[in-house]
Design a protein around this ligand. Structure first.
Ligand code: HEC
Ligand code: HEC
Length: 292
């Protein structure tokens, strides 16, 4: 048979490998050159690949290769890019949706709660506590008593403009300093404080007259706190007939409140936090348990 790789060579006689099966002998022809060169090329390629790319496992890790290529890093980079884009889209959606729409959309709600929780820790926890339970003078945002209303919309408004914050649209309404400004006598202050405490079954100032206090209350306090002392969110006037006290329920604390007023200041966040963050905070605070 002619040597196909070297057509010029005459047939060198049937050199065989010596194997024979049923009279069929196996020629010992050299491998075709194209095949051989292909094999050498793949060996050289393999060496190049080992040097350039991650190749050999080591006891810990692997040979990294000169190109520093890592599929894992590439995938992580792509995932991060997608996440960044989705976050930007989510923030834009939060900024344009109303709080009611955010609460109705499970995906947006999840994003808002996460955003709100983080922003609360950064901006609000200093006054309201990291668990939003408040302390004297700083309302508990977990309970269901609200100075300025507990719907998500009312909470959003309070966060945007604040209370007595100096912002043009802030909640205003100050309780007068009845004692300091001479509107009521000391005895009247003690009487009305005792009356207020009696609404939630607490002891009043020793020796004061709660009956007299009821009269003083109707004339001076009911306009803001309501006839029965149930409070009024239009005025930021708290419910005085429950067990929740912003400034304390000891008789001397209540006397101090009525004597001097309080004027708690909640800062305005509009302009300091972006709209998406403010809405997220409103949704988060509303979700804490006391939302109406
Ligand atoms: C400098 C202290 C301070 C910081 C910071 C602060 N608050 Fe307040 N916040 C107050 C005070 C004081 C009040 C009560 C205002 C009043 O007496 O009317 C209040 C009231 C509120 C209310 C209304 C509660 C109610 O019963 O109606 C909400 C809601 C609220 N804050 C949310 C926030 C959020 C959200 C943040 C963070 C972005 C924040 N606050 C940061 C001091 C603060
Ligand atoms: C102009 C409206 C207004 C009038 C009138 C008013 N209050 Fe208030 N009161 C408020 C507001 C607003 C607060 C919230 C405290 C603040 O200023 O931060 C408050 C708070 C209080 C508190 C504190 C409650 C707490 O949870 O610690 C007591 C007690 C109180 N008022 C009693 C009275 C009594 C008694 C009178 C009448 C002698 C009276 N108030 C009249 C608006 C009013």
């Amino acid at each position: 048979m002619a040597d196909t790789a070297n057509p010029g060579t005459p047939p060198a006689g049937p050199e065989t490998t010596g194997h024979e099966w049923d009279g069929i002998a196996e020629y010992n022809n050299p491998l075709p050159r194209w095949w051989l060169y292909g094999l050498y090329a793949t060996i050289i390629w393999a060496f190049g690949y080992w040097i350039a790319y991650p190749a050999w496992p080591l006891v810990s890790g692997y040979t990294g290769g000169l190109l520093g290529y890592s599929q894992r890093a590439t995938v992580l980079g792509e995932v991060a890019a997608v996440r960044r884009e989705r976050d930007a889209r989510g923030q834009a959606q939060l900024a344009s949706a109303a709080v009611a729409e955010i609460r109705a959309d499970p995906a947006l709600l999840r994003l808002a709660l996460a955003t709100g929780k983080a922003a609360f820790g950064d901006n609000c926890a200093g006054c309201h506590g990291s668990a939003a339970t408040g302390r004297q003078g700083y309302p508990n945002l977990q309970d269901d008593e609200w100075l300025w209303g507990g719907t998500a919309e009312a909470i959003e408004r309070t966060i945007r403009f604040g209370a007595r914050s100096g912002h043009g649209e802030a909640h205003v309404g100050d309780m007068p300093a009845f004692g300091r400004d001479g509107i009521l006598t000391r005895a009247e202050v003690e009487a009305v404080a005792s009356y207020v405490l009696s609404l939630s079954g607490k002891p009043g100032v020793a020796g004061a007259k709660p009956d007299k206090g009821a009269e003083v209350f109707a004339g001076n306090c009911a306009g803001c706190h309501g006839e029965a002392g149930k409070g009024n969110p239009e005025m930021g006037a708290p419910n005085l007939s429950d067990a929740i006290w912003l400034y304390g329920s000891a008789p001397e604390q209540v006397v101090a409140t009525v004597t001097n007023g309080r004027k708690g200041v909640m800062p305005a966040w509009e302009g300091r936090l972006d709209p998406a963050t403010i809405k997220s905070l409103a949704v988060y605070v509303h979700s804490l348990g006391g939302g109406k």
